[in-house]
Design a binder for this molecule. Sequence first.
Ligand code: ADP
Ligand code: MG
Length: 314
Amino acid sequence: VTGVQTCALPIFHISAIHKQFPGVKALDGIDLSVERGEFFGLLGPNGAGKSTLINIIAGLTRADSGSVSVMGHDVILDFRQARKNLGIVPQELVFDPFLTVREAICLQAGYYGVGKEGADWIDEIIDALMLTDKANNNMRSLSGGMKRRVLVAQALAHRPSVIVLDEPTAGVDVELRRSLWQFIKRLHNQGHTVILTTHYLEEAESLCHRIGIIDHGKLIALDTTSNLMAGGIAATSRVRIVISNTTYRLPDALNDLLLRSEANELLFEYDRSKHSVVDIIDAVRAASVDIVDIHTEHANLEDVFVSLTGKSKT
Ligand code: ADP
Ligand code: MG
């Protein structure tokens, strides 16, 4: 029933996808492959095309051209097989208000042909997502965060090997976000392939092995998270030095790195491949600056994102 496959095909193969909506080209030639067992992050500003791509993968939206296959099954020509391998958590909270939590999850399982033998699994996901107390409550009585958990449970009900989550933690409180990540990490450790879109860039940075950045319907970056973090702006760090005197004179080499100087603070920005923070601090000391405190900051994925797209994430 778990449907573990041994083929070497990419789990996901997206080829030359275009999608035009009235007045907006949502996707402008997307090519992307995801391998079995990856934890892949799709990042991009609002309106970049992330949900459109996921809806095409889910078979909910038709692309104008191009193709998507899941484990070799085309999402249109071979919809049921493709869908069987996929669990999708949509961005929108869609649910039937008259079903109980358990009914909503079981219905989803039944749709994919998981019958009574799946009952243990359903209990397990209800438990893991901390829905046990609410299992017999009507969907309409649940808070937004609880509904989000049910959506995750529904996506997992038929034990898909690939899990796609579209902004699963948007508008979710910190505690639920943590427990969701923990749960998703566990699924990944058990061998599931995970693909998620998020605007929590720090989380993408800590969770995803590989990241694609999409903007105006085009993939503008695609690399391992560590490579993305090692080049360009990501290789930039800052050191903020709190000082207690003003009678010093910095050498030119330090002035070149000085971003801001105030009565009690100096802020330096440097490329880690060219300078080390230790050398900077030694040089500052040598210039007779009395150092009180030191803070270092490294560029994060958000900085990478801003430098690539020219806009902030929101
Ligand atoms: P994201 O998920 O990255 O925020 P979307 O894929 O939702 O972006 O949207 C991409 C673009 O396509 C946006 O400009 C959005 O307004 C537009 N769009 C999305 N769905 C539709 C639709 N059903 N009809 C018309 N325009 C749409
Ligand atoms: Mg979206």
